[in-house]
Design a protein around this ligand. Structure first.
Ligand SMILES: NC(=O)c1ccc[n+]([C@@H]2O[C@H](COP(=O)([O-])OP(=O)(O)OC[C@H]3O[C@@H](n4cnc5c(N)ncnc54)[C@H](OP(=O)(O)O)[C@@H]3O)[C@@H](O)[C@H]2O)c1
Length: 242
């Protein structure tokens, strides 16, 4: 898909990968819809992206997700791309997983994106065209200690995306998954940690490769919009971890 003049919703656009993606797509001529909870951050970013629209959205709230899709449609008349990027990490050994935290994370990392898909699909079907990009994680391809809960949700979004791709190909709606590797954003700071001492994760320099910038992942997201490929990895070597 050619990005110029396309209407693109980016969830989690107030920081990190979402912000970098919104900025990059706007630079390439897209009309971006900035969705997240932080009003001030979104207003500031929006001022720098002419023609953008802010819709304050908590992606764990179904009524707010519905409103995001409705307001975008009302404002721009169409929705070409939905990027389900909002998310949060959770580090906990299996026996320390809190059911409350896991449920909350399920709402944000899995159910929210699925509800957004559910709302946007009829709009795209009417247009006879659309694209949905779900942001998974390299952890969905690996078995990293303490990341079972988070990675299980990121694996689940892959299953949903690839299935939806099959279901919706007849409607000319493309579903893709992007797998970022460690990306230097506020993600680690925002990751909920249960049963892990701070020094333990701060000093954990186990053979992980250096992280990427949010701008690098934004380029990968732009690439997937252009190629409409099913799965795009931050790095080619990640494919061998499947
Ligand atoms: N950074 C990494 O190493 C990495 C690696 C693999 C995958 N990922 C994935 O990449 C995506 C983006 O992460 P990031 O690195 O950019 O992290 P980040 O800097 O922490 O950004 C997270 C974004 O999600 C939004 N968000 C959080 N809770 C939300 C809610 N309830 N409703 C709506 N928006 C919400 C935040 O905005 P508000 O707080 O304003 O709502 C923020 O814009 C996530 O899905 C993450 O799982 C990240």
């Amino acid at each position: 898909m050619n990005i110029k003049d396309k209407v693109v919703i980016v969830t989690g656009a107030s920081s990190g990968i979402g912000e970098a993606t919104a900025r990059l797509l706007a630079k390439h001529g897209a009309k971006v819809v900035l969705a997240a909870r932080s009003k001030e951050k979104l207003s500031k970013i929006s001022k720098e992206l002419p023609g953008s629209l802010v819709v304050i959205t908590d992606m764990t709230k179904e009524d707010e997700i519905k409103q995001l899709i409705r307001k975008t449609k009302e404002h721009f008349g169409r929705i070409d791309v939905l990027i389900n990027n909002a998310g949060q990490g959770y580090d906990a050994p299996i026996e320390k997983i809190s059911s409350k935290t896991f449920r909350n994370l399920f709402e944000l990392d899995l159910l929210g994106p699925v509800m957004a898909m559910k709302e946007v699909i009829p709009v795209m079907r009417k247009q006879k065209r659309g694209m949905i990009i779900n942001i998974s994680s390299g952890t969905a391809l690996m078995a990293i200690p303490n990341m079972s809960a988070y990675s299980s949700l990121k694996r689940a979004i892959v299953g949903i995306s690839l299935t939806a791709r099959e279901e919706l190909s007849k409607d000319n709606i493309r579903i893709s998954v992007v797998y970022p590797y460690i990306t230097l954003t506020d993600f680690e700071k925002n990751t909920i940690k249960d049963g892990i001492e701070e020094e333990e994760w701060e000093n954990d320099d186990s053979d992980l490769r250096p992280g990427d910038s949010a701008e690098y992942i934004a380029e990968k997201i732009l690439e997937v919009i252009k190629t409409e490929e099913a799965q795009v990895y931050a790095h080619e070597w990640m494919k061998d971890r499947r």
